[in-house]
Write a protein of this length. Structure first.
Length: 366
């Protein structure tokens, strides 16, 4: 009788526990753990001055999820806060603004990770980076347009500057050696354009742009041109100062062709969409002579950069173009962008002329 009573009691206890569990599940008082990747609920922020030499400090913002660890990246963007790229080595909670950031904006990016996944969020941008005190500073150097030939006119842009407005500009043209060194002022060449004279033949030319405002003065230099060649018809063979011979494209004889001897990219690899790429192209003929006055066509394939207007090679067979990456220019490690290059003589038939072509590529990186 006693054992039957104990057995009944056990059944009653078990039934009661089961009923309690079912009721708890129905009311939600017992909740099973669910997978939850980090989700940002308040975007990251940054504080500090958008000035060269100053520190920016990031804040991760607010996230939901358990066991979250955070990784940080600082991004350099254009002045409209678009086309952002990671700043090499900038992965701490703080970042010191450098002169490379002039004219750009900065964002702080946070990636939250746990065992269930990860999420990424980015802060609002800084204002455009400038200098302490608002003194003019160059964020993009000036560029020179025109053919490096005696009797022709070269024209300069100011480049891009930051600093307190208004900013005024003055100019000084200089001639330099073949490597752009030992530069000296050209007398009275103090405008944004200058006409090349016999005194510049055999030299390269660059421009110094001086920017002034109420706070002070800043200076910036363009890249140098190719060697300035003599004027006139350009006929005949010229012995170059550094060795080698130069021939005018119109004097390349029948049976010879143009060769795209070399194509050099600077920078290489390309790590930014906000800075121009300089492409220096050298043209020779099949005899090994440098060819002057040849036209050169350059275009990325597919089109991922600006396409420059065809220009002529200088006495040393070189032409330098400054091209700008587009917003879809890929910045990936182990990747490259192809370019088609064609050197040609103006007026030749497309298929029957002396033109030479080449496919080249430039590496990209994050």
């Amino acid at each position: 009788m006693l054992s039957r009573s104990l057995a009944g009691r056990r059944r009653w206890i078990l039934c009661g526990l089961a009923a309690t569990a079912l009721a708890a599940l129905a009311t939600g008082s017992v909740v099973a753990a669910s997978a939850a990747a980090p989700v940002n609920t308040k975007e990251p922020s940054l504080k500090g001055s958008a000035l060269v030499g100053k520190d920016l400090t990031g804040n991760a913002g607010t996230w939901t999820g358990a066991g979250i660890s955070y990784a940080y990246r600082w991004l350099r963007c254009d002045k409209s806060a678009a086309n952002c790229v990671p700043i090499a080595g900038a992965i701490a909670i703080k970042y010191k603004v450098t002169s490379t950031d002039l004219g750009a904006t900065i964002r702080f990016e946070v990636t939250g990770s746990n065992t269930d996944g990860k999420g990424t969020a980015t802060s609002s941008p800084t204002t455009v980076i400038t200098t302490t005190g608002g003194i003019p500073a160059s964020s993009t150097p000036p560029t020179i347009g025109g053919t490096a030939m005696v009797g022709t006119t070269l024209t300069s842009t100011n480049g891009t500057w930051v600093g307190d407005e208004p900013i005024t500009y003055s100019y000084q043209w200089q001639h330099c050696d073949a490597n752009g060194n030992a530069c000296k002022d050209i007398a009275q060449a103090t405008h944004s354009s200058t006409k090349l004279t016999d005194k510049e033949a055999g030299f390269t030319v660059r421009i110094e742009v001086i920017a002034r405002n109420s706070r002070g003065t800043g200076k910036a230099f363009s890249l140098q041109t190719a060697l300035v060649q003599g004027g006139g018809s350009g006929g005949g063979i010229i012995n170059l100062p550094g060795g080698g011979k130069s021939v005018d494209v119109k004097d390349v004889p029948a049976g010879e062709r143009l060769i795209v001897e070399s194509v050099a990219f600077n920078p290489n690899p390309v790590r930014s969409r906000t800075h121009p790429i300089t492409v220096t192209i050298t043209v020779k003929d099949t005899r090994g002579y440098f060819v002057r006055n040849a036209f050169v066509f350059l275009r990325s394939t597919p089109i991922l950069t600006s396409t420059p207007t065809d220009a002529q090679t200088a006495v040393d067979g070189q032409i330098a173009y400054a091209i700008t990456p587009r917003s879809d220019f890929p910045l990936r490690n182990g990747f490259s962008v192809q370019f088609f290059v064609k050197a040609y003589r103006k007026g030749d038939p497309t298929l029957a002329g002396i033109s030479g072509t080449r496919l080249v590529q430039v590496a990209t990186a994050t």
